[in-house]
Design a protein around this ligand. Sequence first.
Ligand code: SF4
Length: 380
Amino acid sequence: MIPGVLPLCPSVTPLERISPSSFQTSIECKLKGAWNANRAPTLLPESPNTRLGRVVHKVIERIAQSPENSNFFERVWNEELSEQEAQMRSRWFETHLVPLAKMCTNFELVKKRCHLECDNIALTQDRSTVRPGVGATEREKWLQSQDGKIGGRIDAISRRNGETTIIDYKTGVWFDSREAASDGRLFPENNAQQLRMYAALFYLNEGIWPTSLELVALNRKVIRIPFTPEECLSLLRQARAILDDMNCAIRKGGNFLALQQRLASPSEQSCKYCRYKPACESYWVSKETSPEKPWPLDFRGTIEELADVYGGSFLRLRLNSTTNDFISIRGLNRKRHPALNFDEDGELIVLGLVRSRSSDTYFNQGAFTTLYFVPYQQLN
Ligand code: SF4
């Protein structure tokens, strides 16, 4: 990938299986689900809080596997933190979000909670019992349907006193008391649906239903997710149907634009946080043909003017956009946005802007603002 240049559209190949999380993504948009399941490289920054949640997840996983590591919490934490920050530095559009300690407001609190959780795991984990089918808690357990078409890894399965609980740790989330006291319906429904799918996969593998399903936050608040066997099995049927649909659309062939149109479901909701949208022609066409909808603040067009301000420390960009005529963006710089360094003819894609209070056509850059240059030969 050349920093700042939009790469060619990621290809899409038929999917062997669908995971509970890819299923939820595919309900919103099959193209996003297919790119996700194909592990296509994403084109926009990940939220620092999600990255921090991943650090926590990895640290807890390592301590659960080797409880003696809890004595070296600081070292394990720093290793996982460095790994996430190295990944961020390797992506030109994410380097400015390092270090996470500066970007995540709750960094120290999250680290402290993670340490407490690890101490707790080390105290309670009887390693001799951590064996499939026998153990107190199995972590990162793979579950799949008999035909192999639906499968995924659940965070933990706890078996105690004849009761089985399937657990999904939400390490990047802090439940407040209102959510924790609820019956699970207040939490984003897609997390609950994923757990219900794991319950059905567990049933297909073990022949019994789990006693309970739990979402557990880092502050140890627990939300119990209600479920019925019928709704869980129905979700698996829907997942199998969506997988067959997607594969049928993918195998139809034709050019990639036609494939995108068959799979994509652009909407303000589904596209808002989609990290493939720079390369999604269906997104841009929908935005341009229905500009009255509250689309995210993303634009594409040609550069009308690029001027130095504040003695050259920042740039002001005037873009002849395909939706808003002329827009102005302040606060950019060439180091963070290599797309501004190309002299050739082409188009500029600007994503994740923040509206200025002074005018409808003035914008500022935010933490997630990302720019791509699209050379003309790539447009034709
Ligand atoms: S930008 Fe929208 S339409 Fe395109 S893949 Fe993402 S969610 Fe789907």
